[in-house]
Write a protein that binds this ligand. Structure first.
Ligand code: PGA
Length: 255
């Protein structure tokens, strides 16, 4: 089932220090009233872990929600440096990005680990934002659907198997060749991809499960007009352009 809220997810990655993150968050807070007020629109800020606590205080009574950028695949235990889904929930987050291509690349995350992480999040009633996407090479060789199937299948099967939660899940299609490059796929290509993701997801999870379909990769004031025409998209995952409140706000206003 389609998500009835359009979501804008600001992925701040590790672009800012703790103090810089707080500064940018205050700017968002001060300008909250400027953000287009339409029903069924939600802004989700995803700072790095240390900033989640101060930001959860700042936005406590506001419409802005918070998400983490990752979580541990384990519930608890001797896992130095990791952060469990329970802590993320206790901090007041509602969302968590999982399987971002940068984590798959730099931290060698596997699809099984990503499925474990999704399970941990659902146990805590957190909404996972599961990132998938093909490389440039796969795109050139027209192997996008194979790549997507390999990434999605283990995660969707796990969600279907555990059947513990009815939280909405989100699938963020982020072609790796688009992230940070200024290039976005054509609408024809995006329509094909999202139709495939929707069909595939419904086949495994059934039609009743609420699934958000997000696009990420070079979302900007320049690319938003074209992206807006892809009707299956119910949200955007925004990196670079979310680090500047004005740019972010312009994107929101153009939707
Ligand atoms: P970008 O990043 O908007 O800077 O391309 C998106 C992402 O990596 O989530």
């Amino acid at each position: 089932m389609k998500l009835n809220t359009f979501i804008f997810v600001a992925n701040w990655k590790m672009q800012l220090s703790f103090n810089e993150t707080e500064e940018l968050a205050r700017e968002y807070f001060e300008h909250l009233t400027l953000i287009k007020k339409i029903p069924n629109l939600r802004i989700i800020l995803c700072p790095s872990f240390p900033a989640l606590f101060p930001l959860s205080r700042l936005f406590k009574n506001s419409e802005i929600k918070l998400g983490a950028q990752d979580c541990s695949q384990f519930r608890a235990g001797a896992y130095t440096g990791q952060v469990c889904a329970k802590s993320i929930a206790e901090l007041g987050c509602h969302y968590c990005i999982i399987g971002h291509s940068e984590r798959r690349h730099y931290n060698h995350e596997t699809n099984t680990e990503i499925a474990d992480k999704v399970q941990r999040l659902l146990e805590q009633e957190l909404q996972p934002i599961i990132c998938v996407g093909e490389t440039k090479q796969e795109y050139k060789e027209q192997k996008a659907f194979t790549a997507l199937e390999q990434q999605l299948e283990p995660v969707l099967t796990r969600i279907a198997d555990i059947g513990i939660s009815h939280e909405p899940i989100h699938i963020a299609y982020e072609p790796i060749w688009s992230i940070g490059t200024g290039i976005v796929p054509s609408n024809t290509y995006l329509n094909e991809i999202f139709t495939w993701i929707e069909d595939h997801t419904q086949k495994i999870l059934g039609k009743e499960r609420v699934v958000g379909l997000l696009y990420g990769g070079s979302v900007s004031e320049q690319t938003i007009a074209a992206l807006k025409k892809v009707k299956k998209i119910s949200g955007l995952l925004i990196g670079e352009a979310s680090l500047d409140f004005q740019k972010f706000n312009n994107i929101v206003n153009l939707i």
